[in-house]
Design a protein around this ligand. Sequence first.
Ligand code: PMT
Length: 454
Amino acid sequence: MKEIAKRVLIGITGSISAYKTPLLVRELIKNGIEVRVAMTPTATRFVSPLTLENLTRHPVAVDMFDERIQNDGSWHVHLSHWCDAMLIAPCSATTLAKLSSGNCDNTVTALAMSLPEKTPLLVSPAMDTEMWLHPATQRNVRSIEQDGALVIEPEEGELASGLYGPGRLPEIDALTSHVLKLLNRMELISQNEEMMRTVDAALQQPVYDLQEGVDHDAFDAELELQHLKESLPISEQLRGRVVLITAGPTREKIDDVRYISNHSSGKMGYALAEIARDAGAEVVLISGPVDLPEPDGIRFESVESAQEMLQAVQVHWTDADVGIFAAAVADYTPVAPANGKIKKSDEEVEFVLKKTADILAWAGENKGNKAVIGFALEAENGLENAKAKLEKKNADMIVLNMVNQPQSGFGGDHNTITLVGKHGEQSFDPMMKTQCARLILAAAGELLGSSKST
Ligand code: PMT
């Protein structure tokens, strides 16, 4: 995992509010951030570089030719590449104009102009209200924003001049929070990028060769989940292919008011259907009774019992390129379901159950060139049982999930899966069912690719 972003370069420019920056620097250091400082000559009239040198324990870059900062003459490259983010606070109207026009005649603007593209520049303007509202200043703000700078609006309040209005430098807490939020976001993005590289690399391999794990911490933030949802790769192999998916529970009738069923919510199967559809596949979703809305843009079959599910699969099987069997199909069904309502009595009641048809096994028997992916919901000996199912049901892959683990199996939005292929397996940490679906579908694409070439 990339090291947490925590190096901040502070640029201080000529404004009375520069007196706040030593406190800001101290606060950032308290938060574990390494800080270096650059100042314009005018800023040194408001706050002493010596104070900042003492706080940061590093020379402050004021004079471009200061021997102490040279680094073989490339001080600006060195410092701008050293930091994870740069904050100019306070940023005067003059500095805004210089940033907007690319004027590098002091250390602060030279450093801002030397930042690598990925390093964010935060700018916190502070000046008198009229200067702030002046069209030239506003133009410069828009212009630096267009160039990628993140501008922190000045606060409204009493200004050093005694006037009242917008133009105040935000308080230390607010500035610190802006910096911390930015660094956190960068950290998430970098974890995200790393995770996507890991997943990408893993998905380049056939399922049975997957080696790398996925760090699930990064999945915790909603921002990141959304980002991942949009960006994890799904194989192009699915475009235009017909993907048949079973989802949800089945209900096996005891009588007209009672049935045998289970806790499947359908979320896993529906996530597969929606993501396969978004990847350009033609989706047939065969669903037992669930509370989820029917997804748009797919062929949808609603069924009740295992027998109905089998029949629906058989109807659509000829067209399918891939079958993914996520439904929790009842293994047993009453031999003689009653019509009406079985009368309550004081006697013990016995029902005779028979095995339902095994839909996955049927698909495996009638596989042809299709890819068949089953699930295994296990309470113990997960891997062993999943491998046995892979073999017995002639599947190409089994998605193993456990019943009794947190963030796994029925109901919730998360699942913890192991992809079990013919030559090995790959376990993943808990993740959203939508993310599981992406991994499963990417693997399905790989299977299709390999079945085409053999
Ligand atoms: O719906 P959710 O709340 O999101 O929960 C998701 C899930 C837990 C239901 C899903 O991730 C899952 O594990 N689905 C399979 C559940 C199951 O029935 O597992 P199993 O180990 O009993 O069955 C093995 C495989 O055979 C499954 O692919 C199943 O669909 C299939 N099967 C089972 C019995 C049967 N008669 N016919 C089948 O096709």
